[in-house]
Design a protein around this ligand. Structure first.
Ligand code: PEP
Ligand code: MG
Length: 931
């Protein structure tokens, strides 16, 4: 039986497309959406998509194509020719095509595009005869030479000329020379004859610079262009972008070959880029930019500063410019209807590209639009209210990092209002930033590596600057619009960015820029307000953005309605507790008692603690503990009160005691005096406390075992505070947590102390019951594997993943800085395991503890209070393995709430919730065994 040939090419056009929107993996985002637009009846120039599989095969097979490809491309081209009524390479009625990349995930400007493929001296004359528009045809031809020689003949051939010496710049120089000679202000002032002459100049320049002639054969041009696009998948900037955005190399790009339509055929032609809602603010109105008599790259590459698409989108900077709405009303009306239809169809904000060729509108692209954090939140909330999306879809519309942007710093308004604006541009990225000026991406990277904050100032937006943009605090450009690459990329990252600040004139050579008579040199400080587009000299003070944003609050409520995990906070003071409540924390997951001995107002309690530490007998120690008691109690009581009605997990003293012994002699003398001992004796006692490896030394529960009176004092403070607050009508709920437990007997020992103090306090205050739980941290590998035994004494577990990571990896928490950068650079580890849970290693300890713990106590409450509790991938993991809550620092609480909601939706959308199944299965087996 003959084997069916593999399909590598998918046609779209007219009323028929072979692909559809959910084929992104194969056709790339652009190809799948072009097909979908045809499917819903929109005007799309016919073309075909070469699949991502071809890209993968091309790189696997030493840059050779599958053998079926050539025929499939020929067949698809014939179909396109039929639809368009023109023939590729024909000397009478020629068809021209564009060749564009299109990966699964959008990578704006990171790969190549070649337009006007198929033009040569012969087809050009045929096109002139057909269009009666020689100027436009010559212009298209010179653009092809410029683009093709740069992308195909130089970049794809692996040539790397010095900065400013590339063929594109050399041809650009020829264009400028001619403009100067003709006294032309802009490109459009050159005549057809000028351009015809320029084409010949270009051709000889290409030959001179690259050593070979420009290809005249249309088919050779087409294959050259296709290969150049596939090559650009492995181009430097595409690789950098993928690394930053975590896009796998083996996804590959598709290539879209599409009939050309022309926005540069005169005053009834135009091109533009638009969004179905404002991508910078999220406001619900059609937003975009256009240019009459231009081709697409003029808008996106920021070569000309474009006009606003409609009246509503005009700002004070663009009020004087003509809109498409008033300039070409019928085309605008049709486009507006299409954008409504698209948003309804896709249920999301879309980014669209269009061209108007002699009044006829064509759609060239649509994709889900990138947006910044504030806009993402607003759109999610609005679309949920408009019933376009469900609550689950709404939460997935905002990434945790975008939520972070809402909490971005802004310039202190009181200072900003008094500061002179040196220049205004278009507000392309949110928040504000200050930094020192640099003029190249390389400098931005280098300066940032040295710990400097930089502002990258560039003439125009250039996707090759990607690493520099990433390293900079903010980006400022002289040219370009809101849809330029820099704006798009910066917005996607939530980075402060201002584009099109037209009066900025850069002197790259001498490294300074001017605006009017202000000169700003490399290294000088600037402050940018990316939300307003304003630039200031110097470093202005910043404040946190307002958290009172009503959309933010509504969005968080939507997340809360979806998530199952509770979110608590790690807070050590009543003030932290109050702040965390405002961020939506549902209790405290970790109150580190020892923090009262650091920082503000800590002098007195610290002194008493030191007395306790250097005590030599139980009596001495008990005396010191009695003095310490009121301080500990008032701290605990204040926090329980601030969290009224919510649980507060109070951990007994954890750090090695010698950390608190004073080093200064005057302090040691004072301490010795208070104990009635000599300095020598005190020094001796301090010496005894010294440990070689304190992290694994006398800390945590071990202190409570050696000195039970320390645990007693703390537990008494907890119970007495609780009883007193209850008497005041409050609802305190303490959870007593014993740290660093590795053996069940340790917990048993402490549990007995808690029980005995409990009875004493009940008796003292005449109460029958004090609500509380007793539990433990799970932060030592041994504890994970003996969690069933530990659970006999623990009513809750809280994973201390900081220590669990430390002891699981054997990486010292304090010393990892010495080798972690190498581990990351050499890809030994994908991420810092102290930031994101190492799921395949440390995560397995956690699963063991959950399984064993719940096998004994199926209502065992389990949470996490290590730093990982606020990191999105770790929160998702905690959800998957069935924890009850995560606990993180106050500022990460909103992010954890969102990540917890994401975890639910991802689980709903996935067919196999692997880990949960594992836990459930193990649980079942264990309970069977017990019976
Ligand atoms: C932990 O180990 O994860 C933890 C929360 O405790 P600490 O960081 O105080 O050791
Ligand atoms: Mg710990």
């Amino acid at each position: 039986m003959a084997q069916a040939t593999h399909k590598y090419v998918y046609y779209f056009g007219g009323k028929h497309a072979e692909g559809k929107t959910d084929m992104k993996e194969l056709l790339g985002g652009k190809g799948a959406n072009l097909a979908e637009m045809v499917n819903i009846g929109l005007p799309v120039p016919a073309g075909f998509t070469i699949t991502t599989e071809v890209c993968t095969a091309y790189y696997k097979n030493k840059k050779k194509y599958p053998k079926e490809l050539e025929k499939q491309i020929k067949d698809a081209l014939t179909e396109v020719e039929k639809e368009m009524g023109a023939k590729f390479g024909d000397k009478i009625n020629p068809l021209l095509v564009s060749v564009r990349s299109g990966a699964r995930a959008s990578m704006p400007g990171m790969m190549e595009t070649i337009l006007n493929v198929g033009l040569n001296n012969e087809t050009r004359e045929a096109l002139i005869a057909k269009t009666k528009n020689p100027r436009f045809v010559y212009d298209s031809h010179r653009r092809l030479i410029q683009m093709y020689s740069d992308v195909v003949m130089e970049k794809a051939a692996g040539l790397e000329p010095e900065e400013g010496k590339g063929v594109r710049q050399q041809l650009e120089a020829e264009l400028n020379k001619m403009k100067e000679a003709r006294g032309a202000k802009s490109d459009t002032d050159l005549t057809a004859d000028d351009l015809k002459e320029l084409i010949e100049i270009y051709k000889s320049k290409v030959k001179q610079v690259l050593g070979k002639p420009f290809p005249e054969d249309p088919m050779a041009q087409l294959w050259g262009a296709i290969s150049a696009v596939f090559q650009s998948w492995m181009g430097k900037r595409a690789i950098s972008y993928r690394r930053i955005e975590n896009i796998p190399d083996d996804w590959g790009t598709a290539v879209n070959v599409q009939s050309m339509v022309f926005g540069n055929m005169g005053d009834t032609s135009a091109t533009g880029v638009a969004f179905t809602r404002n991508p910078a603010t999220g406001e619900n109105y059609f937003y975009g930019e256009w240019l009459p008599n231009a081709q697409g790259e003029d808008v996106v590459a920021g070569i000309r500063t474009p006009n606003p698409i409609n009246e509503i989108g005009k700002s004070e900077h663009t009020a004087h410019l003509p809109s498409l709405e008033t300039g070409m009303p019928p085309a605008y009306k049709q486009l507006n209807a299409i954008q409504h239809k698209l948003e309804k169809h896709y249920h999301d904000m879309l980014d669209i590209e269009f061209t108007i060729q002699e009044t006829k509108l064509y759609m060239l692209q649509c994709r889900v639009g990138k947006r910044n954090g504030p806009a993402a939140v607003k759109m999610a909330v609005d679309m949920f209210k408009e019933k376009i999306i469900t609550k689950e879809e709404a939460v997935m519309r905002v990434q945790p990092s975008q939520l972070d942007e809402l909490l971005h710093p802004i310039i202190d308004p009181a200072v900003e209002i008094k500061t002179k604006i040196i220049v205004k541009g278009l507000p392309a990225g949110p928040g504000s930033a200050a930094g020192q000026v640099v003029f190249s991406a390389n400098d931005a990277v280098a300066w940032a590596k040295n710990g400097k904050k930089v502002i990258l100032v560039r003439e125009e937006t250039n996707p090759e600057d990607i690493e520099g943009m990433r390293s900079a605090q903010a980006i400022l450009t002289g040219r370009g619009g809101m849809t330029s690459h820099a704006a798009l990329v910066a917005r996607g990252w939530g980075k402060c960015c201002i584009v099109g600040a037209g009066t900025v004139k850069i002197n790259l050579h001498e490294k300074y820029f001017t605006v009017g008579d202000v000169i700003v040199k490399e290294g000088e400080w600037l402050t940018l307000n990316g939300s307003k587009g304003t630039v200031y000299l110097g470093q202005l003070p910043m404040i946190k953005a307002a958290e009172e944003n009503p959309d933010f609050q509504t969005f968080m409520k939507i997340c809360d309605a979806v998530r199952k995990l509770k979110v608590r906070t790690n807070a050590d003071t009543p003030e932290d507790a109050a702040r965390a409540r405002a961020f939506g924390a549902e209790g405290i997951g970790l109150f580190r008692t020892e923090h009262m001995f650091y920082g503000k107002n800590s002098e007195e309690p610290l002194f008493k603690l030191r007395k306790m530490i250097v005590s030599n007998s139980e009596t001495e120690r008990r005396n010191a503990l009695n003095e310490l008691f009121p301080f500990v109690k008032s701290d605990i009581k204040g926090t329980l009160e601030a969290m009224d009605g919510y649980p507060v997990t109070i951990r007994t003293l954890d750090p090695p005691l010698h950390e608190f012994v004073p080093n200064r002699e005057d302090e040691r003398i004072k301490l010795a005096g208070s104990l009635g001992i000599s300095l020598n004796e005190l020094n001796e006692r301090a010496e005894k406390l010294h440990e070689s490896n304190p992290m694994m030394g006398h800390r945590g529960v071990r202190l409570g075992i050696t000195y039970p009176e320390i645990t007693e004092m703390q537990v008494r403070a907890i119970f007495e505070s609780t009883v007193e607050l209850m008497a005041e009508g409050k609802k305190p709920f303490p959870e007593i947590m014993i740290p660093v437990v590795s053996h069940a007997n340790e917990l048993k020992h402490q549990y007995e102390i808690v029980a005995s103090v409990y009875s004493e306090v009940c008796e003292k205050f005449g109460v029958k019951k004090i609500p509380h739980l007793v539990g433990t941290m799970i932060e030592i590998p041994r504890a994970c594997f003996t969690a069933d035994k530990i659970a006999e004494y623990a009513q809750f577990f809280s994973f201390g993943t900081n220590d669990l990571t430390q002891m699981g990896f054997g990486f010292s928490r304090d010393d990892i800085g010495g080798f972690l950068p190498d581990y990351l650079a050499k890809k030994i580890l994908p991420v810092d395991p102290f930031q994101a849970i190492d799921q395949e290693g440390i995560g397995q300890f956690m699963i063991a503890a959950v399984t064993k713990g719940r096998a004994i106590r199926n209502d065992l409450k389990i949470g996490i209070c290590g730093e990982h509790g606020g990191e999105p991938s770790s929160v998702e993991f905690c959800h998957k393995i069935g924890l009850n809550y995560v606990s993180c620092s106050p500022f990460r609480v909103p992010i954890a709430r969102l990540a917890a909601a994401h975890a639910v939706v991802k689980e709903m959308n996935s067919t196999k919730p692997v880990v949960k199944k594992v836990v459930k299965k193990k649980l079942r087996n264990n309970s069977k065994r017990k019976k």
